[in-house]
Design a protein around this ligand. Structure first.
Ligand code: 13P
Ligand code: SF4
Length: 352
């Protein structure tokens, strides 16, 4: 469908017919065929801010995944409608923490007598009810571009942090950016009684990491880094903080998708880069910076299958429906959840 000129023309027409009534947001992991129609592209943090800053658009078409569209709905006014072109565009990491599991975890912390001194921090990649849980319990949301500031904020308010749902972002930030030790971190497994942790382990931990991960970034291994350094002398290894700790430890640079793009922009011509993040973005970096040598960190391909659900046919269908006055695939968050999730999101937006 990428090269289907008829679909490209239909998307262009529907978007033109809607004019300022529609604003299209595109995450960096989206397909080229979709990203060409984005009014703004960005990482999770930038897109949340962009959604909040569009009071005039009647419709926000979110080309990304479900938790991003939910956050956009929470941050926008009542009159605005957020549309996700394919409702099946979820996130396997976000699905690894359900509200009931998190409540059960919090009860375990209460039983251990540490809930009062623990601040919950959730990665953006979580459902709205987990964000609301954090809002209600004095916590905050973070993204990959402000995880350190969010953790510092949390430690200014409590002695311990419960980090949801990405253990890797939590560990990488605590250990590599804040100087905590690996022993300060424990992993809470929602499928085991008491998270699989003893009272003593909970007592001693500074960071309680939820046992969740991204299946896309989880595929990069330490061997991938060794292998690419052998193949390409002088290569710079640039990875996303959702990668495993041993991968991030071996890399030269780590950051969000927006950071990854900026790093490539600033890189000297002729330099070599092995990038450990989703493949649509890595391929695009190659096209954007033809004077630099960009390779994918792994030898086998790995797209995010749910990001890829949003394709040109789905985008055309959403835009044409809106242009015909029919709102499809609207994402709405109920009022109470929205209120508390917004508290946690606004704490993030207010971080220094
Ligand atoms: P960022 O774009 O914020 O780095 O997030 C990456 C990601 O996995 C989104 O799903
Ligand atoms: Fe979720 Fe990973 Fe896909 Fe991001 S790349 S949407 S974290 S599965």
């Amino acid at each position: 469908s990428a090269s289907d000129p008829a679909l490209v023309e239909r998307a262009r027409r529907a978007k033109a017919a809607l004019g300022d009534r529609v604003f299209v947001l595109g995450h960096h992991y989206q397909r080229d065929e979709v990203i060409q129609f984005a009014d703004v592209t960005g990482d999770s943090f930038k897109l949340a801010r962009e959604a909040a800053a569009r009071p005039d658009a009647e419709y926000i078409v979110f080309c990304g995944v479900h938790f991003m569209a939910e956050s956009a709905d929470i941050l926008t006014g009542d009159s605005q409608k957020v549309v996700l072109p394919d409702l099946a565009a979820g996130c396997s990491m976000a699905d690894m923490a359900t509200f009931d599991q998190v409540e059960e975890c919090w009860e375990a912390l209460e039983d251990a007598g540490i809930a009062e001194i623990t601040v919950p921090v959730t990665y953006m990649n979580s459902s709205a009810d987990i964000k609301a849980f954090c809002g209600r319990n004095g916590g905050v949301v973070c993204t990959s571009s402000n995880a350190r500031r969010a953790l510092e904020w949390a430690f200014s308010r409590g002695e311990k942090v419960l980090f949801l749902p990405d253990q890797h972002l939590g560990r990488n930030t605590a250990v590599l950016e804040m100087g905590l030790s690996l022993d300060d971190c424990v992993v809470y497994n929602p499928h085991r009684p008491n998270g699989g942790l003893t009272a003593g382990q909970l007592e001693n931990a500074k960071v309680i990491l939820w046992k969740g991960h991204c299946s896309v970034h989880g595929r990069f291994s330490a061997e991938c880094v060794d292998d690419v350094r052998e193949r390409i002398p002088g290569v710079n290894v640039l990875v996303h903080p959702e990668c495993r700790h041993e991968v991030v430890t071996k890399a030269d640079h780590v950051g969000s998708t927006e950071y990854i793009i900026k790093k490539l922009e600033e890189a000297p011509a002729g330099s070599s880069w092995a990038v450990g993040t989703e493949l649509n973005l890595v391929k695009r970096l190659g096209t954007m910076f033809p004077d630099k040598n960009v390779t994918f960190l792994d030898r086998t391909v790995c797209y995010c299958s749910t990001m890829n659900r949003i394709d040109l046919p789905h985008l055309v269908w959403s835009l044409e429906s809106l242009a015909a006055g029919q709102v499809v695939n609207q994402i709405t968050v109920d009022e109470d959840t929205s209120h508390w999730a917004k508290v946690a999101l606004e704490r993030m937006l207010a971080l220094p």
